[in-house]
Write a protein that binds this ligand. Structure first.
Ligand SMILES: [Fe+2]
Length: 388
């Protein structure tokens, strides 16, 4: 009988665990053989336990048909005891492909998207993400960033070839690296929390306004008045995103204050450790380079209103880039990500690449607590004096 066999990729190593771990089929198999295998594996808890240990799983099952990918994901999701997560408050344009698969972020292929844990700045976030590649015909060319930096702005790194990789960062590794580099920042973020302010426009031409289906327009009907639209959106905003919101009286744009814990405690069997769980790299890069997806974030600070220094924000962004595992796609790949432990982004590309996404949640999940083991660093400074 066919089984899953480890594929030798080049992963990172984090606390003696490979990140990610990749599998392909041990031999030729029909679609129904693969379905039976995935059902048995998921029901015995294989994907749940491998995901906890490794943070991300690559499945190279060889079939890029979106309908088949969708079936495989549904079998794994349901067999693992999860339910589809309803996307509410999306800031990116999405198109529904199957009942559980949408296109991933549809912004321009030239745009680099930096690290974020999906919906981590909201009240509700999925536990698992499935990315699936249905088409991959990209042109291999050099960097594209060079000294001009990502998205045409000044940036010190020249990146890997821009072939649309999905960069993943393990939140434990990022947390540990920041604790080494800037321990006071860990203390400050833990104690003071994070504030981000986001704007959803009333009217846009790219389907990312607040009335869009994947934002807050799920119940809005054609012909609804502006007041009716607001009344339908408001409970969704409060429940899924934040209770702190208001409408701009002149533009009817939606302005949301998001109050979150950007560092959390991950409970992993007998072990518990700190993980980075936020969207700081994505949204700080958007503000820094002035060219991020849809430019919705307009402020980042501690939750008490205090400024997070540029030095700290740059350190988070740069460190997240240093720790990337860049997944190079093959058609038919499914990448399963533990959204609590691992953040993701997107590299630019030229050509055709279709990566679909499905979000899943664990019913009655435990609260994802903030990191509270705060250390006092008496007399210690994180940054050179001139930038503190
Ligand atoms: Fe995302």
């Amino acid at each position: 009988m066919v089984d899953l066999k480890i594929v030798p990729i080049t992963p990172r190593r984090i606390h003696n665990h490979t990140f990610p771990v990749a599998y392909h089929l041990s031999g030729p198999a029909s679609q129904s053989d693969v379905e039976q295998l995935l059902k048995a594996k998921s029901e015995e808890g294989f994907f749940n336990s491998v995901l906890k240990e490794h943070g991300a799983i690559v499945l190279r099952l060889g079939n890029p048909d979106p309908a088949v990918l969708s079936t495989y994901i549904k079998i794994i999701g349901k067999g693992s005891g999860d339910s589809p997560f309803q996307q509410i408050g999306s800031t990116a344009q999405r198109t529904q492909i199957t009942d559980i698969l949408t296109n991933a972020n549809e912004s321009s292929p030239e745009l680099e998207i930096f690290q974020h844990n999906e919906f981590s700045r909201f009240n509700r976030y999925p536990t698992k993400l499935y990315f699936a590649c249905s088409k991959y015909e990209v042109t291999k060319s050099d960097g594209g960033e060079g000294k001009d930096g990502p998205n045409g702005a000044d940036h010190p790194h020249s990146s890997v070839q821009t072939i649309g990789q999905t960069p993943l960062v393990h939140g434990r590794e990022l947390f540990d690296a920041l604790q080494q580099k800037v321990p006071l920042l860990i203390t400050e973020l833990s104690k003071r929390g994070l504030y981000m302010e986001q704007v959803w426009k009333y009217e846009t031409d790219d389907h990312t306004g607040w009335t869009d289906k994947y934002s807050f327009g799920r119940d809005i009907l054609e012909g609804d008045s502006l007041e009716q639209k607001k009344k339908k959106a408001e409970p969704l905003i409060a429940e899924y995103v934040s209770k702190d919101f208001h409408w701009d009286p002149s533009t009817n744009d939606l302005i949301v204050g998001e109050h979150t814990q950007p560092l959390r405690t991950y409970e992993n069997e007998s072990e518990s450790y700190g993980v980075s769980f936020n969207s700081i790299p994505t949204f700080y890069a958007g503000m820094k380079y002035k060219k991020n997806s849809y430019g919705k974030t307009r402020s980042i600070s501690y939750d008490d209103g205090g400024e997070i220094s540029e030095y700290y924000l740059d350190t988070i962004l740069e460190t997240s880039r240093e720790l990337e595992y860049n997944h190079e796609w093959e058609e038919g790949d499914i990448v399963i990500v533990d959204n609590y432990q691992v953040s993701h982004g997107r590299k630019p590309w030229k050509g055709v690449k279709k990566v679909l996404v499905s979000m899943w949640d664990k019913p009655s999940k435990a609260k994802f607590e903030g990191w509270t083991k705060v250390v006092q660093y008496l007399g210690m400074r994180d940054a050179p004096l001139d930038v503190c």
